[in-house]
Design a protein. Structure first.
Length: 276
């Protein structure tokens, strides 16, 4: 194993251990927050408009009346994105405020290991939470997914994770250059998730706004995942969506990494790695 891989694994292990030592915080992050911020309000609002137990409006918009299944897939995408951002920004901000970031960064490996390790740890937590919530939707609320479609969705999930890494790099850049990055990341991350279509069909948006949302890293993967698991209609032809998903994932990864490396050079050049 290369030193970079060992270091990234060590960062991920550290964050997993920290969360294990604070179980209430972990449960709030990966279970309670998605429930009260997204799942419960969306399902209750959607249930208020059911006609004879069927989500006819949703069926006309996206091609399925499985409200629980449709929301569950959106929840999976949203929590993975939030986990990637918080998994990176939180530890960097904490290390900087406690004065240990400079010592951590003295190891002879790329500083990117702190980003990749944080993204991996955040993804593990949120993936487990999402699977629990999706399982609850299937067992208790009657959501139905195609087993074959679930397998087809796995490569799309990989594209989603690549795009999330880009967002993780962006979060790390903000954590290095801002005194309180949560002031920006807090509202922006849920906003990006929302406009990826996690809780409402993007077809309700004006066409000009809708085309902008296609550039977000979660929009095309989410639409494709719903298509293969629930049989929903797609915003664009599936082949085109897959191509757009690959381009946006690579684009966000390259952009995020570039901004992170620029932020790293800036704080090192100004001697502000441990202070603002």
């Amino acid at each position: 194993m290369t030193p970079t891989v060992v270091a990234a694994r060590a960062v991920m292990t550290r964050e997993l251990r920290v969360q294990y030592r604070y179980p209430v915080s972990m449960i709030n992050l990966v279970l309670l927050t998605p429930l009260y911020e997204m799942v419960i309000p969306t399902l209750l609002l959607g249930a208020a408009f059911l006609v004879n137990g069927s989500a006819t409006g949703l069926a006309r918009s996206v091609g399925t009346d499985d409200l629980v299944g449709w929301v569950s897939v959106g929840l999976l995408v949203a929590t993975l994105m939030v986990g990637a951002v918080r998994g990176v920004a939180g530890p960097l901000e904490s290390d900087r405020s406690t004065g240990v970031l400079e010592h951590n960064w003295s190891v002879p490996v790329s500083r990117e290991v702190f980003v990749m390790g944080g993204v991996a740890a955040g993804t593990v937590f949120t993936a487990v939470a999402s699977m629990l919530l999706v399982a609850f939707g299937v067992v208790a609320l009657g959501a139905s997914f195609s087993p074959h479609g679930v397998l087809l969705a796995l490569p799309v999930v990989v594209l989603l994770l690549v795009g999330n890494c880009g967002f993780g790099y962006l979060a790390a850049a903000l954590a290095l250059t801002m005194r309180r990055p949560d002031d920006l990341l807090g509202p922006v991350t849920p906003l990006v998730a929302a406009f990826s279509g996690v809780a409402f069909p993007l077809t309700v948006l004006p066409e000009a706004v809708r085309w902008v949302t296609y550039l977000l890293p979660g929009t095309m993967p989410l639409d494709l995942m719903r298509h293969v698991t629930l049989g929903t209609d797609t915003l664009l032809p599936p082949g085109v969506e897959l191509a757009v998903a690959m381009v946006t994932a690579a684009g966000w990864l390259l952009l995020g990494r570039r901004l992170f490396l620029r932020a790293e050079r800036r704080v090192q050049g100004t001697g502000a790695l441990n202070q603002f």
